[in-house]
Structure formats: C-alpha cells, structure tokens
Design a binder for this molecule. Structure first.
Ligand code: PLP
Length: 253
C-alpha cells in the first residue's frame, strides 16, 4: 500500500489541515501518516486561536516516524513558525523525501493569520527549492512572488517568479480571482486547469486540493496528470459539500 505524510495543523472541525488531508489520502486508498505542527480552535465560522507546536517536537515527531517508515509522498500545510519551516526543510533533506508538495498556508479564508510574519520568506528560501510542487492560492502567490495578482497575466508572472525560487512545479489556484476558477500551472511551460467557480464559502479547499495531488503522486502519477485529476476531485468535492455548522460549508471527502 502506498503512503503519504502530511505535516499540518489540527482542525477540530475536520474540514482543513491534518483531518482533511487524511480523509483525502484515505479516499484515494493511500495510507495516511501525520505530524502536527500547530493546534487550532475553530469551527465553521473560522479559526479563533492557534497553539503552535515547537520546532523541536515537530522534528521529533518526524524523525521518530521516518526512522521507521518512508512515505511515497509528503505535503506541508500550516507550519506556523519559521523554526518549524527550518525543521521541516532539514528533515526533507536528511531523509531524501520524494514527491514533496507545499501548500503555503498563510491566512485563513476568514482572515486569521495561520503563519508568523517571517514564514513566507522562510518557505521561499528553505522549502521551495526542495519541492516537487507548490500550490498557492492567489493571495499566497502574491505574497511569495511579490506580484500583486489581479488577472491571469499576473498569475503567470507570479508562477514564473515562484519557480525561480527553485520550486519544481507551480500551481496557482484561481478560485479567488473571478467567475472562472482557472488554475495556472507552470512547469517549463504554462498549462491551464479550467473550472467553474462554485458560489459559497468552503472550508479546507486548499488543503483538499494539495492533499489530492500528494495522494496521486504517492500512487505514481506524473505531476501534470495529478494536477488534472485533483481538479476533477475538487469538482466532485464541491458538489458533495454540505453545511455542518452555521457558516462555511465542508466537503464530504
Ligand atoms: N485550519 C487549518 C489547520 C488549515 O490548515 C487551514 C488552511 O490551510 C485553515 C484552517 C483555513 O482553511 P480555510 O481558509 O479553507 O477555511
């Protein structure tokens, strides 16, 4: 059985972070491993509080696990601190982790900071050079690239900039831009993943999309096929979304 590891935040509502990632891995028949990098208190209305896990303990969780098991793919989500980004970069190198996917979580859709100030820079310098693919949304891509994204051509410019930091492949998800949720994919050339924007507020979209790519890479798919299949996976997820609490919708993964 193939396995995938997520290094991410804990979400009691089950819609994002570790819980979402594990559900996605499971739905692909991939065995899920998880290392927690931050705890959150949240519900469908958003993240209220964050309790970071220390870099020492993140490193400990990783080394104890990886001394025994080697995941076929690994992804990161909410890392929260620069020290944790450092620890993850160190471990990815030391254990030569392959199929490494970065979801560069910075801000929740309800506006809560899920990363300290220095984290985008640390991701840029330490993690991007190690990754197979990075999956920023418009906001995250703007922060990582320094391009203020307002249209498709800005997305393309940002994707090239982010790849220049060493990211193997870049997918900027366009769901936050306009009615057509067009994702810009950049490897050595541009590809476009077209979708229709589904109205409403959804919790955990970025986590589910990046986890789907991670699971597909773990199963041996190539990057571009994984990206296309993950887009299809999200289309179904949007169709099967439901309202568990009062505000954002959740995915039945
Ligand atoms: N909580 C955790 C642990 C997350 O990783 C994320 C996003 O990555 C969120 C909350 C926010 O999710 P959303 O912005 O989709 O509501």
């Amino acid at each position: 059985m193939k396995s995938a590891l997520t290094i991410a935040g804990f979400d009691p509502s089950g819609g994002a972070g570790i819980q979402a990632d594990l559900k996605v891995f499971h739905s692909y028949g991939v065995y899920g491993l998880s290392v927690v990098s931050a705890l959150t208190a949240q519900n469908s209305g958003g993240v209220r509080s964050v309790m970071p896990v220390s870099d020492h303990f993140v490193r400990r969780q990783l080394t104890v696990l990886l001394d025994d098991m080697k995941p076929d793919a690994t992804k990161t989500g909410m890392l929260y601190s620069e020290a944790v980004v450092d620890a993850v970069a160190h471990v990815v190198k030391r254990y030569s982790l392959e199929n490494f996917v970065i979801d560069p979580v910075i801000l929740s859709s309800t506006g809560k900071h899920l990363a300290e100030k220095g984290v985008p820079d640390a991701i840029r310098k330490k993690l991007l050079p190690l990754c197979t693919v990075v999956t920023p949304n418009i906001y995250e891509a703007s922060v990582l690239s320094g391009v203020h994204i307002q249209n498709m051509s800005d997305m393309e410019k940002a994707a090239v900039r982010i790849s220049e930091y060493g990211a193997g492949n870049v997918i900027i998800t366009g769901g936050h831009l306009d009615r057509i949720a067009m994702d810009v994919v950049y490897d050595v050339e541009f590809h476009y993943l077209k979708g229709r924007k589904i109205p409403g507020e959804f919790h955990g979209t970025g986590c589910a999309f990046s986890a789907a790519i991670t699971a597909l890479l773990a199963k041996g798919k190539g990057f571009l096929e994984a990206a296309e299949l993950a887009k299809g996976f999200m289309k179904t997820a949007f169709k099967r979304s439901f309202r568990a609490g009062g505000v954002m919708k959740l995915f039945d993964l």
